[in-house]
Design a binder for this molecule. Structure first.
Ligand code: FCB
Length: 481
């Protein structure tokens, strides 16, 4: 579309246009799509162990085959090209390239090297995520992320990847959603490795961030021009009743432990004081060593933002909150909100996705503005929405086509929110829909479908849904109607 036409459609209230260099892409993660878990010398990861443990994943499903992307990546890249995608965010399986977390497996590296070549040949930018939750089991056996050594090995793993791929891959994300890795993995056990220790979860969170910082510093030293960053997940938390001190405190608490904890460590080189107070007594002595926060806050170029929903929260009077949290921790089911276990979520009454997540696009605009104002703007760091999308109960027709108007509208409204944030000054440069394919949705197995492309799990056939056809137009024209 020529610029004058773009400007004209942009002025219509129902259409918005993005800059020509805005990157439209899609994202996946290794364990969710690759399959081939015992091929090419790959070692087991915590997700192999977890998914094969009875009772951990919906109907005992595993990532053994998943979308078989390992064998079908050329077909998948061709599909991305047909969908006009400019960029593909994939993650590397650490245990495929280093089966025990330490020894290099050239066969595993070759898979990612071939994938990158295929993407570049198709004119698609490869965007690498180093870690999307699948820690080599051998490292978990030595304490996992609760062990400081894992952070050091993570930086060595970064160097191995950079030597093999750095010349061709310029966009580099260290971690995906350290909140989930630490608190779903080590506090409430909903994710691998399934541990339920608040103390371990805080150790894991700190060591994940330390691993990130060590990797960024080392990659920067080797290759100053690399676009480096990490991806954090954010939820828009607000008090159910803005007049109720307990609800205001509840929102402060989860905004603190979920959002500010990571952003503040990365951008301000400190964990927020109020969060440390909420988590008092749960941080192991000597966990944070002198200089750690300086490493963690090593400057980055890009902040990846994963956004799905917002929540209204309710709590108890601030003076009673610590006691209520301790009681909930002692008596209740393990909770990921370490130090704030008493906080509860209240429905806003908005339409929700199959995950039960309320659809709240305004939250994405507000989040991007806030990040720009408080964290990324002052640091001159660019924002990319590295995940956004929705699971819905898809109904395929006889040709396996899904008219997923609900998902299409979810993506459209969130893209509008991104554009609004850009108009208001946020430096957002790209958007990745989650996900390219229906895939293994962690503890929910294959029960929740996020793809813009349907996968028939019997035949592994891929069929673009209505949302994929629509998104292909958006990616080609930069116009959202
Ligand atoms: C994010 C994860 C991604 C996927 C989506 C739905 O938290 O990064 O792997 O599970 O949620």
């Amino acid at each position: 579309m020529n610029p004058s036409v773009a400007a004209e459609v942009a002025s219509s209230p129902s259409t918005v246009a993005f800059p020509a260099d805005f990157l439209f892409g899609s994202a996946t993660a290794a364990y969710q799509v690759e399959g081939a878990v015992a091929e090419g010398g790959r070692g087991p990861s915590v997700w192999d162990t977890f998914s094969h443990t009875p009772g951990k994943v919906h109907e005992g499903e595993t990532g053994d085959v998943a979308c078989d992307h390992f064998h079908r990546f050329r077909e998948d890249v061709a599909l991305m090209k047909r969908l006009n995608l400019k960029v593909y965010r994939f993650s590397v399986s650490w245990s495929r390239v280093m089966p025990d977390g330490e020894t290099v497996n050239p066969q595993g590296l070759k898979f990612y090297s071939d994938l990158v070549d295929e993407l570049l040949a198709a004119g698609i930018l490869p965007w690498l995520t180093q870690y999307h939750w699948d820690l080599p089991q051998a490292l978990e056996d030595q304490g996992g992320w609760a062990n400081r050594r894992t952070a050091e090995l993570f930086a060595e793993y970064a160097v191995v990847l950079h030597k093999a791929l750095g010349g061709r891959v310029r966009h580099w994300t260290t971690l995906n959603e350290p909140w989930c890795a630490a608190f779903l993995g080590y506090a409430n056990g909903h994710h691998a490795p399934g541990r339920t220790s608040p103390e371990d979860s805080l150790a894991a969170a700190h060591h994940l961030l330390l691993g990130h910082g060590l990797a960024v510093a080392e990659l920067r030293r080797r290759d100053p021009e690399l676009e480096l960053g990490l991806t954090l997940n954010f939820t828009d938390y607000r008090p159910a009743d803005p007049e109720a001190p307990g609800d205001v405190d509840a929102a402060r608490r989860l905004d603190g432990s979920f959002n500010r904890f990571f952003a503040s460590a990365i951008f301000h080189g400190a964990y927020p004081e109020d969060v440390l107070e909420d988590q008092h007594g749960l941080w192991r002595e000597g966990l944070v060593q002198p200089g750690d926060l300086e490493i963690i806050s090593t400057p980055i170029d890009v902040l990846g933002v994963n956004f799905y929903t917002g929540e209204l929260l309710t709590g108890v009077e601030p003076e009673q909150a610590s006691a209520a949290a301790a009681a909930a921790r002692a008596g209740g089911a393990p909770n990921p909100n370490v130090g704030s276990e008493h906080v509860a979520s209240v429905s806003r009454g908005l339409p929700a996705t199959s995950m039960g997540w309320e659809v709240f696009p305004q939250g994405l605009k507000d989040l991007l503005m806030r990040l720009h104002r408080e964290y990324t703007g002052p640091a001159g760091v660019a924002l990319y929405v590295t995940e956004n999308g929705a699971a819905y109960p898809d109904q395929p027709d006889a040709q396996d086509f899904v008219q997923d108007d609900d998902r299409l509208s979810y993506i459209r409204e969130h893209l509008r929110a991104v554009r609004d944030a850009m108009d208001a000054g946020a430096d957002v440069r790209g958007y990745f829909v989650w996900s390219l394919l229906d895939n293994f949705e962690w503890a929910f197995g294959y029960d929740r479908r996020f793809g813009i492309v349907r996968v028939d799990y019997d035949t592994l056939q891929r069929t673009p849904k209505a949302s994929a056809h629509w998104y292909a137009q958006v990616a080609a024209t930069g116009v959202v109607d």
